[in-house]
Design a protein. Sequence first.
Lengths: 193, 171
Amino acid sequence: MNIEDQLQQLSGHLPRGLTEGVALGTGLAQGYDFYESAIGQVIVTFNPDGVSSVDIADGFEDRYQDRFGRPLIRAEAPSAWGRHISEAIERGTPGKLPVDLRSVTDFQKRVLHTTATIPKGEVRPYGWVAREIDNPRAVRAVGTALAHNPVPLIIPCHRVVRSDGQIGNYSLGGPHIKVDLLQHEGAYPQKLL
Amino acid sequence: MDDLANALATDLDATFPKVVESLGTQLFWGLRRICGDHQEAEDLTQETFIRAFRALDGYEAERIRAMDLRPWLWTIAMNLGRNHLRDRSRRPTYVEMTDSGREDPEPVDDVEWDRRLSVLSDHQRTAVVLRHVVGLGVVEISEITGRPEGTVKADVHRGLTRLRKTIEEET
């Protein structure tokens, strides 16, 4: 066999994982991994720009596809900031963790950024968030925005409660989970209200 | 190729995985033979596609339709050089779900060919691999490497002569 023919045969298969690596690196697919939290194991999805969602495991894939419509691949979070995920979940604030909020509107972003400033162990009423974003009449809209928080636990929407003494809804498993979370953080909403 | 560029212009997100499927094997093995390292070639291939996607995302549809994707990808790959790993820490890393061990062992003659190709100069090795492993034409190689066509031809010729001599000396 001449040298040209030998060179032609110096190829093989595409290495396993390369297609997935490209999909993750371009953001065409989101990576996901499991993390421990005060309410048990949660699934966190991420892309090169940051964490894009936090959800409970049960029924996660269907909810994810309905909302984001992108393929999911089990992956390790980017090493540049992946180590901050557990800390952000534990502290209930993004801190150094980049959060990808491209899936929400500008109004929702303002609500979420304000909510992220509520310290652990404290709660605020929906009206407080509305006032902080210079839109004091938008109390219901604040509630709706928080109900669609893509990154609960990391942006602590559980720290926003109703001003009439009721706990309010919680997207990550219902009101009883919200109570559990606040008690875990040392905030007893019935006393604070 | 034109069909792929057309499809990319119409729906980048849906078509890009097909570009990886269609051109990835050739790109990877060409890079593997040029750099002599499996992992580096894998990283470089991945980075090339990610850069390509970001570039295409900003292009007008007409520009994408007019593209010849294969030499364009190779131009990106060659420009990335050895500094390509700096963005690596900012990307998620794929996790193998099965514990079946590596399914793509290096071909047995890889070490032998790595040694043979390492004897060539960088220009000769790149020209020989692009011409005879990847199957690109001299004009395309000239565009990718930025070297005149006559020089590329000479690189290929001298590289092949050197390889023949190296193989002869083995026996």
